[in-house]
Design a protein around this ligand. Sequence first.
Ligand SMILES: O=C(O)C[C@H](O)C(=O)O
Ligand code: SF4
Length: 511
Amino acid sequence: MKKFRESMYTLIVETSTNLPNDVRRAIVKAKEQENAGTTAALALGTISKNISMADYNVSPICQDTGMPTFEIKVPVGANQIEMKKAIHEAIDKATKNGKLRPNSVDSLTGENSGNNLGPGTPIIHFEQWEKDEIDVRLILKGGGCENKNIQYSLPAEIEGLGRAGRDLDGIRKCILHSVYQAQGQGCSAGFIGVGIGGDRISSYSLAKEQLFRSVDDVNVNENLRKLEEYVMEHANQLGIGTMGFGGEATLLGCKIGALNRLPASFFVSIAYNCWAFRRLGVTLDSTTGEIKEWQYKDGDKIDFSQDKSEVTTQGKKGREVVLQAPVTEEQIRDLKVGDVVILNGTIHTGRDAIHHHLVEHDAPIDLNGQVIYHCGPVMLKDENGEWHVKAAGPTTSIREEPYQGDVMKKFGIRAVIGKGGMGPKTLKALQEHGGVYLNAIGGAAQYYADCIKKVEGVDLLEFGIPEAMWHLRVEGFAAIVTMDSHGNSLHADVDKTSLEKLSQFKEKVFK
Ligand SMILES: O=C(O)C[C@H](O)C(=O)O
Ligand code: SF4
């Protein structure tokens, strides 16, 4: 097993940087579905470009390298303690090399362990089998899409769909609703794994396990096959679209499994995964630990660098507005939902810990007229002590909803960049104060890292790399106005219309 650690390192790097072939095929399909010239098509163009940049740079596709989860099948007698140790070493090395973001945080103190190791990180499940080889599957599932997981307990009253009973039709309603409630916040277009039955825990585990199925496989259970096909067709009629911008491609895969349950319980659990669906697998020689075969790499690898769809705003309804940070209230009040902003100058990252901090403390710099970027980047320091951005896409903004309006007003911040949109409290503050919400393309961490020309400094690094306030000089940073100072919110509009569409699927379909 001399090669086991090296094989695990290779698996981690490949999973973080190189999307599997089945996922690439699903993204191509989404591009074919989406109408040219729409904001959703623009988002998909950025996503494609990002995938090819991650290939080329061998850098994380998305800055949130997620919760590393290993599912391992071993021959009887294999030394699991040794394997676990080797995986920990590989994780540590991948983090040091900027292939994984330091992502493991003490839940009580907020302290980042710095190497992706700590209680519960990574997750490793072993199972024995009769075969002589070792099979290791890895999924890196990010926090934003993890937050959109949902569990239903049937019977239930489901928003938009009415009563859901303890039958196939009730399950159908739960699944459709799960896609609606995710909106664009889990970086749609997404994939879902569904677990029916079990107890609360095994139901969720089954849902996550379903994500290890190939996107193009066919369910062997006839009822579940029909349900999967139904969901794929109808979820894509909800009109949520890529990033929740409205559009045709909302769901790229649906895999459903079932377990027996207790007579009193009936759980339907959904594991939502973003388009940046990073999961791979390897078969290893059980004596040497060497990789013999890769999983999910069947068929041709789609090379998105050959993609002709441009990341362009041509043909879009909105205007393209170039802004230099800091910005004035007048410039911000001129912006409308649908405009594309091309930003130059210095922007400042701020996410959960920073917003929590700013409510009660002064800011480390003057934020008047400044732009805040909801982002927890992957950063590496070189031997001269200079920081470099390895990946820097937006994080889900809605988490800052309780703070954002107050923080903007308190410090005179004029714009926030994030993804997935924000709620009514922020919308009201944008109107009163003269602010704007700019939606960047979630997961496009290489694309945005490329727009960052210099790291000008960092404050509050004690919060850990993802949570610190990084001061970043950007050039040509493109984001879309989805909430403006005139009370308009694309997110509120898409939520409303998709709920109307959802309620069209109220009638019983499965007997
Ligand atoms: O933690 C992050 O960087 C992002 C997260 O995956 C998200 O989708 O919000
Ligand atoms: S930012 Fe988006 S693409 Fe990245 S892990 Fe979170 S949900 Fe996935």
